[in-house]
Design a binder for this molecule. Structure first.
Ligand SMILES: [Zn+2]
Length: 363
């Protein structure tokens, strides 16, 4: 276990490890890159290296053992989604008065804090940053360095200002990691106090090769997942192919019904299964996300850039569809989809809004 487990972006990883080898690691580090590119994994690896009790070296550079008690405790936060769900659930179970004052924080090791965006707005709030300010000026309790990871840099304004104050006067032993798809999400004054490292998407062949362990997928399915993950390994590994294909089938039914004024029976049976409630919402969210990808593919085909198409397994079907719609139609379909999304936020009946969507798309 160690940095050798990290796939891709070898130059960035080396640069980080060279900085770890020197005494002064930057106090603010921004990792940019697509969702699933490994930003959080890498920040966790740096945090382990800073606090590993074994302090191994590989290729002449600092590494972490992954087995000592510090590495193990930090690693408990590797499963970020699970820890996040637990923290949210724990808050849900509090009394209302306490609920308001409890911010979502993840701490599995005294000197490593993860500060996820706070639901339901999914923004980092000023109280969360205040927690950092109140804690960062105490020397590490058990480790050598203190690390603070913000997995998504969506800060409320006040929170961003509070963060800036910390970055202006950080203690020697602390590093803040700000992870973002795009560094524009952060204030220029914050960016100027951090070093920014970009994690580029991996070549699709590398992702396909990594998916070798998914024995249930054939070569074409691995290729499809690599494309749909946009070069982000984490997304590829977590990809729910069966769910995606089911959802895409419904998108195609909806499109075919709209474009051929075909019998509405099939469509009705498909949309009927999109019920209200949490399960229905998840299903509808996935349908909408899939719909956007299909529409984008139709655009690629119309623009003559077929090499960018992601749904490669149904490319012929999509090409036929692309030739029967106009740019104008695609653009209004995107608008209608946006309306369904905002309708969902207002809790309109889902099956109803999907049928309305189909009607609006008829040519
Ligand atoms: Zn260790």
């Amino acid at each position: 276990m160690g940095f050798s487990d990290f796939q891709g972006n070898p130059d960035t990883v080396r640069r980080l490890r060279e900085m770890l080898a020197r005494d002064h690691f930057p106090h603010g580090v921004i990792f940019t890159g697509p969702r699933g590119a490994g930003k959080y994994t890498l920040a966790q690896m740096v945090s382990k290296t800073m606090n590993c009790l074994e302090r191994p070296q590989t290729d002449g550079l600092p590494d972490f053992c992954g087995r000592c008690s510090n590495c193990e405790r930090i690693a408990q936060a590797d499963a970020l989604d699970e820890r996040f769900d637990e923290a949210v659930e724990a808050r849900e179970n509090l009394r209302d008065t306490d609920k308001k004052e409890t911010r979502i924080l993840i701490q599995t090791f005294p000197d490593a804090l993860v500060i996820p965006p706070d639901p339901p707005q999914m923004l980092v709030k000023v109280d969360q940053v205040r927690h950092v300010t109140g804690n960062i000026y105490y020397r590490p309790a058990e480790g050598r360095q203190k690390t603070y990871i913000f997995p998504e840099s969506n800060f409320m304004k006040e929170a961003a200002n509070a963060l800036l104050k910390v970055l202006e006067e950080p203690p020697d032993y602390a590093t803040l990691f700000l992870l973002a798809e795009n560094s524009n999400a952060l204030l220029p004054t914050i960016r100027s106090r951090c070093i920014t490292l970009h994690l580029a998407p991996l070549p699709l062949e590398e992702i396909e090769a990594d998916l070798a362990y998914r024995v249930e997928w054939n070569a074409a399915q691995k290729k499809l997942v690599a494309r749909l993950s946009g070069g982000a390994l984490g997304r590829a590994r977590r990809f729910d192919l069966a769910g995606y294909v089911a959802s895409r089938k419904d998108v195609l039914t909806l499109l075919q019904t709209a474009l051929s004024s075909a019998d509405h029976g099939t469509l009705f049976r498909a949309t009927e299964s999109y019920r209200a409630g949490a399960e229905g919402k998840e299903k509808t969210d996935q349908l909408i996300a899939t719909f956007y990808i299909v529409l984008e593919d139709l655009l690629f085909l119309k623009h003559g850039t077929a090499e960018l198409v992601r749904n490669i397994d149904i490319q012929n079907e999509l090409a036929a569809m692309a030739s029967s719609v106009s740019f104008q139609w695609i653009s209004s379909a995107v608008d209608r989809l946006g309306e369904v999304q905002s309708g969902m936020r207002r809790n309109l009946l889902r099956s109803l809004s999907l049928d309305a969507l189909e009607a609006a798309l008829e040519v």
